[in-house]
Write a new protein. Structure first.
Length: 291
């Protein structure tokens, strides 16, 4: 017999401390009832249809899935948020999840679902009580007197306040991507870089240079990452240019996961590559002093 699942419900952009509270509660409820812990989320942000103005997302779908597994989910169900789903009655939505193995639900106290957003935590509780299903409504998680939210984290990243964003996230802000060819100017000044293109719809942090931890092929390296348009070399488009410290090898076509740790300085146009090289040398020296 297939194991039943307690599902945490939400979009989980960033998988921040508030989301992690849901995942923890989901795991405890699942253990108590002999179930596995799962997540139901959506392939697209609901606002892409509801208002036509989705927020810039903190994570790619793949990074969000990886984080959900890392923080306790045994399974992740990604449902397309389309017009059919948007007009589905809230109780029919829950019933559709029962049909794919749901045995109970966890949601936040502000969760809304179903046509017109008429599904509420109170209605979810009544639905579960009527059917003898376990459930949990998780209260808001607060830091510095304010609710922890993806919106607060977006604002922090846009200001280059990576430390505060990471406090709210409970983990480093991450970007995973495949290394693409660049102009190879970095290697001409002794600092080869791996280039990652920013996916459409993803939030771009404040332009500048960041101290990072980068994972590739199962190894982790200290790194500096420039987010921006590379004005010194007349760059085009927004890229993440990553220089791994103490790495020697070819990264083209490899998958890199960049964890952002500290904002070092804003992006700047230098008068020459000599000045740029001197600044990068200083940036690296700063990173080497960090724990």
């Amino acid at each position: 017999m297939e194991q039943k699942i307690i599902f945490a419900l939400g979009f989980f952009d960033g998988v921040h401390l508030g989301h992690q509270a849901l995942l923890t509660q989901c795991g405890e409820l699942a253990d108590a009832h002999g179930c596995s812990a799962g997540v139901v989320t959506f392939t697209d942000h609901p606002d892409s249809l509801i208002s036509g103005q989705p927020p810039a997302l903190l994570n790619t779908t793949d990074d969000r899935r990886r984080l959900l597994f890392a923080f306790g989910a045994d399974t992740v169900k990604e449902i397309p948020f389309d017009r059919e789903l948007m007009t589905t009655h809230w109780s029919d939505f829950l019933s559709s999840l029962l049909a794919i193995g749901a045995a109970g639900f966890v949601c936040g106290d502000d969760f809304r679902f179903g046509a017109g957003g008429l599904g509420t935590p109170k209605k979810l509780a009544a639905y579960c009580n009527k059917r003898g299903l376990p459930y949990a409504i998780v209260p808001e998680q607060v830091m510095d007197g304010q609710r922890i939210s993806s919106t607060r984290i977006r604002q922090a990243l846009e200001q280059g306040d990576i430390e505060n964003a990471n406090r709210l996230l409970g983990h480093p802000h991450v970007l995973t991507g495949i290394v693409i060819p660049g102009k190879q100017l970095g290697r001409t000044i002794g600092f080869p870089t791996a280039n990652l293109a920013y996916p459409a719809g993803l939030l771009i942090p404040k332009f500048g240079v960041y101290a990072c931890k980068v994972s590739v092929d199962g190894n982790t390296y200290a790194a500096i990452t420039n987010i921006g348009t590379r004005p010194t070399v007349n760059g085009e488009g927004v890229n993440a240019e990553v220089h791994l410290l103490d790495f020697d090898g070819d990264l083209y076509g490899k998958e890199l996961t960049v964890g952002f740790c500290t904002f070092l300085r804003p992006e700047k146009k230098f008068d020459s590559l000599v000045q740029l090289k001197a600044q990068i040398t200083e940036d690296i020296a700063q990173v080497r002093k960090m724990p």
